[in-house]
Each structure stands twice: as C-alpha cells, then as structure tokens.
Design a binder for this molecule. Sequence first.
Ligand code: SF4
Ligand code: SF4
Length: 139
Amino acid sequence: MGNPLPWYHRGLKFQCTGCGDCCTGAPGYVWVNKKEIQTMAEALGITISVFEEHFVRRVGVRKSLIERPNGDCIFFSGKQRNCRVYEARPLQCRTFPFWTSNLRSEKAWKELSAHCPGCNRGPLFSCRKIESQRRKKTV
Ligand code: SF4
Ligand code: SF4
C-alpha cells in the first residue's frame, strides 16, 4: 500500500504580494550555508569575511542572518519594503511558504494564510512542485 495522498494533492495557489511580513516581526532564523553566504557576498560586492562580520550570527554549529532588534531581517529594507539581496536570497526564503511546518496540515496552512496574503491567490502550484520545494534541504 502506498502513502496516502497529502491533503494538498490538488495543489495550492500562491503569489507573493511583497508585503514583507515573513521577513519581519517575531524573532526567527534565516539559516545560511557557505555557498549562500558566498552568493550574497558576491551580490553585494564584498568579501565573505566582511559579509559574515556584518550580517551573520552563529547559532550552535549553524549560521543565521542577523536580525535587527525589532525582529526584521538585516536585509529587509523598511523604506522600500523589499529584500536587499532578493536575487541572491537563501534557499529558506526561496522555498517559502512550502515548508514542511506549513504543509503538515490544512490547519497549519490556514494559520499561515492569516499572516501571508500570498497564500491561496495567483498561480496554482502542483503537488509535485510543492513537494520538490518542501524537500529542498536548506541548512
Ligand atoms: S508574507 Fe507572504 S506575501 Fe508577504 S512577503 Fe512573505 S511570502 Fe510574500
Ligand atoms: S534574506 Fe531577504 S527574503 Fe530572506 S528573510 Fe531576509 S529580507 Fe526576507
């Protein structure tokens, strides 16, 4: 007997409105690996060590982007309401909102939808596409 179909087997709609809510607010972690750090440093035209000094914090054996005291990601521009490294942003940001935690139940997705206006609007992502996003290993 195969695994039962996930509750989102018909796909889910998503289109980011650019509101920036997922880059701000309550404290959290944006995990980054060596390659992601290198990509962002290159995008900003600075060295890896300068990037790490200004934008990265150590959390145990892992590394996360620094947050401002109000919980905003260090790369979120409050004025323009956008990401300063958008094209080079880490995988964790690229795969949002199709994270296992948001997909574990319909209820979890509904709760997320209350905070992310991009959910349930725009193009339909197939179950296969969602799964490929969900399975991407971040850090
Ligand atoms: S909360 Fe949702 S709609 Fe707003 S920026 Fe994040 S992903 Fe986009
Ligand atoms: S790196 Fe960019 S997309 Fe990711 S949390 Fe920070 S501001 Fe948002």
